[in-house]
Design a protein around this ligand. Structure first.
Ligand SMILES: [Zn+2]
Length: 251
């Protein structure tokens, strides 16, 4: 977490210039990782990758974390001030990135665009409720509003929505289409699609209604939402520096 910042805080005798340099380096490392995550979400949306296909979204998130962590180490300058950077340095930066990302609460698909007709990047099962085809009851709405304030809108991640919507997942129209498939009439395969309620903010709910109506594959990039795991570079770059073989440093 900004190793030099921590060092200066512990020593207590750093000059203003040293503090400024340490702050600039920590900000560069955090910023580089964040920039990679934002660019990656735009690229994923262009390629049609979203939370609709969780295994692909998980691979994209993993690749984003690895590239972001290497970018953070490059931005900080410390890790790559070796006589010659090796693939080992990049692999160590990536491994430190994945570790820091997980410690900071990042989840397998958190850095993928949220598909509007599927559970979004911020959706988690423990922040959802079992649902039937019916609308949510008052008690369920109340519970979902509380889950929304704690975990955020499952699509865009905001925690301060004025109005919380009990969002059926999969959406009603999608569930109905799935249930209308011919093999759903066969014995043993005919169980109706099960649904859950996820907390969703009103703006995302409106976007979802429009997208589901025309069965569009639109997704939400959730660029303005910042959670601790978006700043993985702040932790991963110093971690990678600290675990580097010291004999290879320039002195
Ligand atoms: Zn939202």
């Amino acid at each position: 977490m900004g190793d030099r910042l921590l060092e200066h805080a512990l020593d207590g005798d750093a000059t203003t210039t040293e503090w400024r340099e340490a702050g600039f380096r920590a900000a560069s490392e955090a910023g580089a990782f964040f920039a990679v995550t934002a660019g990656s979400r735009m690229a994923q949306a262009a390629l049609g990758i979203s939370t609709r296909a969780p295994p692909v979204a998980a691979l994209a998130t993993l690749a984003t974390v690895c590239v972001g962590a290497v970018a953070a180490s490059c931005a900080g300058g410390g890790q790559f001030q070796f006589e010659q950077s090796t693939i080992d340095d990049a692999l160590r930066a990536a491994a430190c990135g994945v570790t820091a990302y997980a410690i900071l609460g990042g989840r397998p698909t958190s850095l993928a665009p949220s598909h509007l007709a599927s559970v979004g990047a911020f959706g988690r099962r423990r922040a959802s409720l079992a649902a039937s085809r019916n609308y949510a009851t008052d008690a369920q709405r109340k519970q979902l509003a509380s889950l929304g304030r704690r975990f955020g809108c499952h699509t865009c991640g905001v925690k301060s929505s004025v109005q919380w919507i009990a969002d059926h997942q999969p959406p009603q129209k999608i569930a109905a289409l799935r249930d209308a498939r011919w093999w759903k009439r066969l014995p043993f395969l005919g169980a109706p699609t099960s649904q859950r309620f996820y907390p969703q903010c009103a703006p995302c709910s409106q976007k979802q209604s429009a997208a589901v109506r025309v069965l569009s594959g639109r997704s939400v990039l959730h660029l303005p939402t910042v959670r601790p795991f978006h700043l993985t570079g702040f932790v991963s770059a110093p971690l990678s520096r600290a675990s580097a073989p010291k004999k290879r440093w320039y002195e």
